[in-house]
Design a protein around this ligand. Structure first.
Ligand SMILES: Cc1cc2nc3c(=O)[nH]c(=O)nc-3n(C[C@H](O)[C@H](O)[C@H](O)COP(=O)(O)O)c2cc1C
Length: 360
């Protein structure tokens, strides 16, 4: 079968962070996502039935403290994808993997396992990582240029997936007789995203990934990112697309959507967790531009700094159409409670995207 990431829809959609409690939010509202296994399966199946292209977990090892300690409860992403392979039919199943924490020989074998179990639906989302608490949990120090290691890492995985047996001597890895069988179903390898924002991250995506997965502060700024990544990829003759990421509050009226957004991101925000995340991220990652930090604290409470889509089905579809026009290959969506919020979104917004010619 064709991995849906290579399918015909002009604007593809993914469900992001359903594997972690709170999803992408930092809110205390009682209906916040508990990330219980049975409900995750229901959500994955709902997305699968609706023709959503991909299911993308977040890679987290520690919570953000505060009252909710959101993301402390999260599922490991290779085993997550493998388990979902058995209960879904068409949707692509990504694993989000921290380069420094996971050995590439293990990653190659795990990814091929998911690809075999899902008949070619596996995807790899490469992340450099940024959170020193998570590095410490593995006994690691955060490195200054993670993408040098990432380049060796993905090179090893790609070569293993071609069926090669080889010795490898790099700065980070020294392997004798590396081999991994069986290989993946996808040829030459499963789809690769790279979640990054900075110029070194974009260079890595340009050289090694199929898609950059990135944030933007406005749709216009997102268009600049697309031009930038295309130019970087063109220097090596590659074609690299860009996916972005949003959080969604979709309601019959704009007033309802805004009132709910205000409630979960301001009135009921987990302020201590928000302070912890905002401070830690500002110190340790450039994955959003400065304007995003200053002006959009609410976006961190609403969806970890992703772009808010708050409004009626028409308003949300219109913004997605603008994203497609700006050149995005698609976006992820996240919700306060995936199971409760997705039916309205899927039922109302997808037909509008179809009408606009963005999806079949
Ligand atoms: C859209 C997006 C998704 C990300 N998802 C994760 C994640 O799941 N786990 C994680 O530790 N870091 C995640 N990151 C952070 C990256 O791993 C990286 O630390 C950050 O982007 C800074 O690196 P950069 O210099 O490449 O921008 C994500 C970043 C972006 C832009």
């Amino acid at each position: 079968m064709t991995n849906p990431m290579h399918g015909p829809n002009r604007f593809k959609l993914g469900i992001f962070s359903a594997n972690a409690d709170g999803g992408l939010t930092l809110t205390k509202v009682p209906e916040r996502w508990p990330a219980k296994w049975g409900e995750i399966v229901e959500v994955a199946q709902m997305a699968d039935r609706a023709g959503i292209e991909f299911f993308l977990p977040i890679a987290r090892w520690k919570g953000y403290r505060g009252e909710t300690n959101s993301r402390q409860h999260s599922y490991e992403t290779f085993t997550f994808a493998a388990a979902l392979a058995g209960v879904t039919k068409n949707i692509a199943l990504f694993s989000t993997v921290h380069v420094p924490m996971v050995h590439p020989v293990f990653a190659a074998k795990a990814l091929a396992t998911v690809d075999q179990a899902s008949n070619g639906r596996a995807g790899l989302n490469v992340v450099a990582g940024w959170n020193p608490e998570e590095f410490a949990l593995f006994g690691l120090d955060k490195v200054d240029s993670p993408y040098d290691q990432a380049a060796e890492w993905i090179d090893i995985i790609t070569r293993l997936h071609t069926g090669e047996s080889f010795d490898f001597k790099g700065k980070y890895y020294d392997l004798k007789g590396a081999v991994s069988q069986p290989g993946p179903v996808q040829d030459p390898r499963p789809v690769v995203l790279n979640a990054a924002f900075s110029p070194p991250g974009r260079n890595f995506a340009a050289n090694h990934a199929d898609f950059l997965f990135t944030t933007f502060s406005s749709i216009e700024a997102g268009a600049d990112t697309i031009t930038d990544i295309r130019a970087r990829a063109a220097t090596t003759g590659r074609d690299v697309g860009v996916y972005t990421t949003t959080h969604v509050v979709c309601r019959p009226t704009r007033a309802e959507a805004e009132a709910y957004y205000e409630r979960y991101t301001v009135t009921e925000v987990d302020a201590e967790a928000l302070d912890h995340l905002a401070t830690a991220r500002e110190k340790h990652t450039q994955s959003h531009d400065e304007a995003t930090y200053r002006l959009y604290r609410q976006r961190f409470a609403g969806g970890a700094g992703t772009y808010p889509l708050v409004g009626t089905p028409n308003e949300i579809a219109d913004q997605m159409i603008r994203m497609a026009e700006a050149g995005f290959a698609g976006t992820t969506v996240s919700f306060v409670n995936f199971k409760d919020d997705m039916p309205f979104f899927l039922g109302k917004v997808l037909p509008l995207l179809k009408e606009a010619g963005l999806r079949e």
